[in-house]
Design a protein around this ligand. Structure first.
Ligand code: BG6
Length: 488
């Protein structure tokens, strides 16, 4: 189990706390991974008491039994596991920007603590500075003091650097746990297992054998109620230097010397540092127009709540990345992400080079399927390998076949909202799945030309909701004689 500590959640009344942190604590309690001495303090600016917070969260947990579409869904809430969490919940009313709040916290938090910033990004630096000023980040007598920072971490290279500078002025790097929730996904971690627990993939995982790699995070949902956040953010900032780059790192980094946090994070940083800043000509942005999706009409992005009628915010981004290192020279990595697309699919597809010589004269070369290894992250979890096989019969004809590994065929499903590992790792002090300052800054540096260029005039290309993205994205690959894998 995790060591005894106090979890202090800034943003007790927020969405993240309700939808993800509480279910994650509940699942950890169910797995008996929490210390009996744990206590949880929720901080927010509205009135409340231990009892009212407990009641509100209990009602939310109960509601998850009805909503099969939520991130967390359970047939029933186990009274023992939820009771464990519930009786440890305490509430403190406090303004995030007032020094008194931190004096109140100091009076309640002895020993080890994890401060979780489940708040809007503008509060990250001020809260950490207040924690520092109140002496709450001092680690004395073997106790630890750690800070979990949510995304978005900056909105460009300069702001990310400035945020790191302010945080590192009051905390040591090892005290900072910068979250990217993609790293909490089972399948993202299993990429490391596939690559490094096997002897058969790594030898061909390089430029000699790989033609190109496609990384996709396609969503069917639109911007929903998040227009106010999304308008100044857009698909690039929301998904690319963080989530997609984490998939990129897992796929393309060199084998680390160990699974020690610093060893892994050093390899990731080296990889991102080798990615060339993306020129405008190697990127495409799109915005969804009205369309039909999953059998119903859906509105255009510009008609969504809190979105400007002439918005130039992109809801789709596609990029071609060039990696300047020994392993990947000449192998393009194509990344794409978008909302309101044909299908929901997060995956990495490694396309291998064709056989060197075409022996099978009865099958034209263009009918031979490429060898593709797809690592599926969401909603399917597993891998699919595509290759050519002989069609039974007297003549030598070939056809595309595939084999699949589905995680659920081999393993019992574990209840998981994706934050369990992250919360637990933070309590035990394992920073492997969190982002180091250099990694974040290197990622922003790669997309900096787009962040700067896309801000200056021009509108993204429209794509119909329910389609596979804008036409220019197809052209980006067609230019190189390639095409995107279909999404349905
Ligand atoms: C979030 C983005 O970080 O990730 C959202 O802000 C996006 O816009 C989400 O929908 C995707 O995460 P997942 O886990 O649903 O693939």
């Amino acid at each position: 189990a995790a060591p005894p500590c106090t979890l202090v959640i800034f943003g007790a009344g927020g969405d993240l706390t309700k939808r993800l942190l509480m279910p994650a604590l509940y699942n950890l309690a169910g797995s008996r991974l929490l210390a009996g001495e744990l206590s949880v303090w929720g901080i927010d600016h509205v009135d409340g008491s231990d009892e009212s917070w407990r009641q509100n969260l209990t009602a939310t947990m109960d509601s998850f039994t009805k909503d099969a579409g939520a991130e967390f869904h359970a047939e029933r809430i186990d009274p023992e596991a939820w009771g464990f969490v519930r009786e440890r919940l305490h509430y403190l009313k406090g303004d995030f920007l007032a020094p008194e709040t931190y004096r109140d916290i100091a009076a309640r938090v002895p020993g080890s603590a994890v401060f979780y910033l489940a708040v809007a990004a503008r509060f990250f630096a001020p809260i950490v500075e207040h924690l520092g000023a109140a002496g709450l980040l001092k680690q004395e007598g073997g106790a630890f003091r750690r800070v979990v920072i949510e995304k978005p971490f900056g909105s460009d290279l300069a702001s990310a650097r400035e945020l790191n500078r302010r945080l590192l002025a009051v905390a040591e790097e090892p005290q900072l746990y910068r979250i990217d929730h993609f790293l909490g996904k089972e399948t993202v971690q299993s990429i490391m297992a596939i690559r490094f627990a096997n002897g058969m993939f790594e030898p061909i995982w390089r430029r000699e054998h790989v033609d190109h790699v496609q990384i996709t995070a396609a969503e069917t949902i639109g911007v929903e109620e998040r227009g106010a956040f999304y308008e100044p953010t857009g698909a690039l900032r929301d998904m690319v230097p963080n989530h997609l780059f984490q998939l990129l790192c897992m796929t393309a980094m060199e084998p680390p010397n160990s699974f020690d946090a610093e060893a892994v994070r050093t390899e990731k940083a080296k990889l991102v540092q080798a990615v060339r800043p993306v020129p405008l000509a190697d990127a495409v942005r799109g915005q969804y127009a009205a369309g039909r999706l999953l059998g119903r009409d859906v509105a255009a992005y510009r008609a969504e709540p809190h979105v400007a009628a002439d918005s130039r915010t992109e809801t789709y981004a596609a990029l071609k990345l060039t990696i300047d290192n020994w392993r990947w020279a000449g192998v393009p990595f194509y990344l794409r992400t978008g909302k309101r697309m044909t299908g929901r699919r997060t995956e990495i597809a490694v396309h291998f080079k064709p056989a060197p010589y075409q022996l099978f004269r009865d099958t034209p070369v263009d009918q031979l399927a490429p060898n593709i290894l797809r690592i599926q992250v969401d909603p399917d979890q597993g891998t699919v390998t595509q290759f050519n096989a002989k069609v039974p019969g007297p003549t030598m004809r070939l056809a595309k076949v595939s084999t699949s590994y589905r995680e659920k065929d081999f393993f019992d499903e574990k209840p998981n909202v994706g934050y369990e590992t992250l919360l637990y790792d933070c309590m035990i002090g394992d920073a492997t799945l969190f982002q180091r300052a250099d990694n974040i800054e290197a990622s922003w540096a790669v997309v900096e030309p787009l962040v700067a260029g896309w801000g200056q005039g021009g509108a993204p290309q429209a794509y119909a909701a329910g389609s596979a993205g804008p036409a220019d994205a197809d052209a980006l690959l067609a230019r190189d004689g390639r095409h995107w894998l279909p999404l349905d």
